[in-house]
Design a protein around this ligand. Sequence first.
Ligand SMILES: Cc1cc2nc3c(=O)[nH]c(=O)nc-3n(C[C@H](O)[C@H](O)[C@H](O)COP(=O)(O)O)c2cc1C
Ligand SMILES: CCCCCCC(=O)C(=O)O
Length: 379
Amino acid sequence: MKQITCIDDLREIHQRRVPKMFFDYVDRGSYAEETLRANRDDFQDIKFRQRILVDISERDLSTEIIGERAALPLILAPVGSTGMQYGDGEIHACRAAQAAGIPYTLSTMSICSLEDVAANVEQPFWFQLYVMRDRGFVKALIERAIAAKCSALVLTVDLQVIGQRHQDIKNGMSVPPEIFRLKNLIDIATKPRWVKGILAGKSRNFGNIAGHLPGSKDLGSVSAWVASQFDPSLNWKDIDWIRSIWPGKLIIKGILDVEDAALAVKAGAEALVVSNHGGRQLDGAPSSIEVLPDVVDAVGDQIEVMFDGGIRSGQDVMRALAMGARSCMIGRAYIYGLGAFGGPGVTKAIDIIKNELSTTMALCGVNSIEEIDDHVLAL
Ligand SMILES: Cc1cc2nc3c(=O)[nH]c(=O)nc-3n(C[C@H](O)[C@H](O)[C@H](O)COP(=O)(O)O)c2cc1C
Ligand SMILES: CCCCCCC(=O)C(=O)O
């Protein structure tokens, strides 16, 4: 892996090794992909102040994330179907995160179930919740997360309906995926390493939501399935209901608006994630980094502000921290590593970002995460 020096290198190998329908599912965004592009482009407008002759020999990248020590201000974001990128992908990703000393978030839409992951990793992980129409099922899902000793619940609030991803429709990325379509079969036949990995994995279907999936003869579009299963009536009052079942830390993911940020504070969440779902939902929404400073100004110290969207480097993490985030989630950056090399690829992605962050801190004359604020920016 010596030749792999940046996240883009991992992306390139992921693209070569994983069938197109699954690579595109990760890589692409909704509709015209304006927000997907803005997430990346807007980072590039944020410039650093280079500082010199500061003793930066003792840099410490560790920090606290919702009251727990973490080796880095980084979290692996929930990513549905991770186990289709690489066999047992969720277990490999969770192990890599724990070895690196950072939290891992398991999606409701994971391939490996809560129980599978819990049985195969050493430490607690976070669980991301989608609220489905069947509230009895949602209650049971939260109870399973409690039984699996999950240490935080990440409630995703920006996907009551799904933003259309044109490429997924063209590729037959339905629920379940149309792998037996001729074009997909031919593509899969050229990816033997991927097939071997998937066949070696424990699960090949969404492990948390058995009983809520269509039969294999009943292929539906992702949007039709989401419309049939996800609860469009979800609203702020439901937070109390979730709180009545979940006793632990609650993180609200998918905030882009200052009024919603204030409501998340009122709802008593421990943290919120400024996120536009990686440009996969409301196309035309601002980039996450554009709205971050306003959200931070609006909530002050009343709630911990996390950030995601477009992070592909340690420089991007530094920019988000400088604009007020306390920690950052990464989605595609670690999935590219997973698709390319399995668990070691996730470790590589984390290491790349860590080393870039460390060097960026040094060149900005900063020794600790707590020191990072807008003084490192050339405003
Ligand atoms: C393939 C894929 C699947 C995702 N699935 C979920 C999910 O199941 N739940 C969720 O809350 N967010 C999901 N997200 C959004 C991520 O958690 C995160 O917000 C986003 O990836 C951040 O943008 P980035 O990929 O540019 O880092 C998904 C993102 C991707 C790329
Ligand atoms: C295959 C069903 C996808 C549900 C949503 C998963 C997600 O959050 C995303 O793709 O983004």
